[in-house]
Design a binder for this molecule. Structure first.
Ligand SMILES: [Zn+2]
Length: 322
């Protein structure tokens, strides 16, 4: 599935911008950038100082596949234009991608810093690229809204990778559940928005945040909508790549474009919560049971359908032409 996504992207949407190479020069490392188009949205992929043409292509393929996962939300990139910049960097961290971040200056850039010796399969198995690209779905929300921002990226990094086959649906639920477990172990008793503001309690900030978006998604689906649908409308009417939005304004906009009060009600419950929220109701709705042997999934048709609606693989999608 993931390969089909990548092929669909490249057949319909990729242009490769290669720098002109002077005759007789030492072969350059090859084209360093690629342009992905989906509808009227563009995502540029740039590789900084690639050592070889083959490695440049490999890194572009990795980022293009992660970008394809982002299209599994609503078929467009959230912003009209953004750039993913990849720069290899040595690190003592054994992770394939020890560092990534989103920059919002003149334009919006996702920066990814993979280890030079991380192979394509290792990179494909890593969550960082999809997490960072998922930050494009929301505006910059400042320190107060860090829990909303990191929560959305942490929720979507699993949902979107499952949808394009970069991980199985069961593994995506397990990864979310493991994250919720890490969040639950943070027991400072401080309100979530205070942890967020003070850059403390990282695990609760990220995973209580992810729980917020899961609960919102379930509530919206009960009413026949979904988080994808609301974020799609928000990206068309209101999303700005640069500048800062107040978290409460963001939540109010989401409710205005289709949330119908779901986001505001959850926000009031979550923002000043002093412990990890109970997800018992959400797990019952999804037919997921957490036991000593790990997660079990109910075979009941409605519950299985709901789980598939969130995590199920999507057919390859035409990404549109320029
Ligand atoms: Zn993040």
């Amino acid at each position: 599935m993931s390969v089909r996504w990548l092929i669909a992207l490249c057949l319909t949407a990729c242009g490769v911008a290669a720098a002109a190479e002077p005759a007789g020069s030492i072969p350059a490392a090859g084209p360093t950038s690629r342009v992905l188009r989906a509808g009227d949205s563009i995502l540029n992929i740039e590789v900084v100082d690639p050592p070889t043409a083959a490695r440049s292509r490999e890194l572009q393929d990795w980022a293009a596949e992660a970008a394809g996962a982002a299209l599994a939300a609503f078929g467009r990139f959230p912003l009209p234009t953004a750039t993913v910049r990849i720069e290899q960097r040595d690190s003592r961290d054994s992770s394939p991608v020890p560092w990534g971040q989103t920059l919002r200056r003149d334009g919006v850039s996702v920066l990814l810093f993979p280890r030079p010796n991380a192979g394509l399969q290792e990179l494909r198995g890593d969550w960082t690229a999809v997490h960072e690209i998922s930050h494009l779905f929301h505006p910059y929300l400042g320190s107060d809204g860090r829990w909303l921002a990191e929560g959305l990226a942490s929720y979507y990094q699993n949902v979107l990778r499952a949808r394009v086959g970069l991980m199985t649906q069961a593994d995506a639920w397990k990864a979310l559940d493991a994250g919720f477990g890490r969040g639950r172990r943070e027991d400072s008793g401080l309100p979530l928005d205070e942890l967020s503001r003070r850059h403390r309690g990282t695990m609760r900030v990220y995973w209580a945040g992810a729980a917020f978006w899961l609960e919102a998604d379930l509530a919206l689906r009960r009413g026949g909508s979904s988080l994808d649908a609301v974020l799609s409308r928000y990206s068309q009417c209101c999303l700005r790549g640069t500048g800062e939005s107040d978290p409460r304004d963001f939540i109010a906009e989401l409710d205005r474009v289709g949330g119908d009060g779901v986001f505001g009600r959850l926000y009031e419950r979550y923002a000043d919560s002093r412990e990890f929220p109970s997800l018992d109701g959400a797990y019952r709705t999804l037919g997921i049971e957490a036991g000593p042997e790990g997660l079990t999934f109910s075979p009941q048709a409605g519950e299985a359908r709901l789980r598939r609606a969130i995590m199920g693989t999507r057919p390859a999608r035409e990404t549109g032409t320029p």
